[in-house]
Ligand binder design. Structure first.
Ligand SMILES: C[S@@+](CC[C@H](N)C(=O)[O-])C[C@H]1O[C@@H](n2cnc3c(N)ncnc32)[C@H](O)[C@@H]1O
Length: 238
């Protein structure tokens, strides 16, 4: 482990690792599609940090889209083991670096110095991995901004706080994901109460405000997404 040496062990992620790929439903894939469509050709040759990479599903998509290098970071050893299996085809190419660490504190800055010879990241992604309480999220985003290459981008994909948007289709109907999302939120809130998971959520406006406060002066943009349950926000260093 590096950066924040002993992050709190949130054992909910151990359970999640067992079923994660199964639970990677269409909605989550759509977020990836929207995010990659937004980045377009900027992915080609990019150096990317996938923070809270889980089993490496998005890391693999970045590599297939032409990223030069992806540093995949996760605090959970089971997730890293799954990501290692998934990303084995790139194992000998040097295009992937797996790091078992928290992406909080100085991890990204250390990686920039140790693994990228001081060159910053073109893209830092937090997809469903910024659930820590707001003050720590602010610090984490500031460290990520400091680890960016000139004109780099931070992207955050995070579940919507409003249950109406997270679980239901407009105007009040159910969607294919409704049972899964309702169950997921109930379990996450329960685990949060037990101290086994962190689960801070934001509306789209709150998420954009978080990024603006983290890096004053940066350009913050809410990205179009076909998925109501998630918010997709980008921060550009200007
Ligand atoms: C819901 S999963 C998302 C995985 C992946 N980003 C995706 O969307 O497919 C959240 C992941 O973030 C990781 N995670 C949560 N907080 C983290 C932290 N502070 N540092 C590193 N990883 C973290 C968890 O271990 C878990 O694997």
């Amino acid at each position: 482990m590096s950066g924040q040496d002993t992050p709190r062990h949130l054992w909910a992620w151990d359970l999640s690792a067992l079923v994660y790929e199964w639970s990677y439903v269409k909605v989550a894939h759509q977020i990836d599609t929207d995010m990659l469509a937004y980045l377009g050709n900027r992915v080609v040759g990019a150096v990317v940090a996938d923070c809270g990479c889980g089993p490496g599903v998005v890391t693999e998509k970045f590599l297939r889209a032409g990223a030069a290098r992806v540093v995949a970071i996760d605090a959970n050893a089971s997730m890293i083991a799954r990501a290692r299996l998934r990303l084995a085809p790139w194992g000998s190419t040097g295009a992937v670096l797996l790091r078992h660490a928290s992406h909080e504190a100085t991890t990204l800055l250390e990686l920039r110095e140790q693994a990228l010879a001081g060159r910053g990241f073109d893209v830092v992604l937090f997809k469903r991995s910024l659930y820590m309480p707001r003050p720590r999220a602010l610090l984490t985003l500031r460290q990520a901004a400091a680890a960016l290459h000139t004109r780099g981008t931070i992207i955050v994909a995070h579940p919507e706080r409003s249950l109406r948007r997270y679980a239901f289709a407009p105007p009040v109907g159910v969607a294919s994901y409704t049972p899964f999302h309702l169950g997921n939120r109930a379990i996450s809130r329960l685990l949060e109460c037990c101290g086994a998971e962190e689960y801070t959520l934001y509306t789209g406006t709150e998420l954009a405000a978080l990024l603006r406060e983290a890096v004053p002066g940066a350009q913050v943009q809410c990205l179009p997404s076909q998925q109501r349950p998630y918010n997709l926000v980008a921060l550009h260093m200007s």
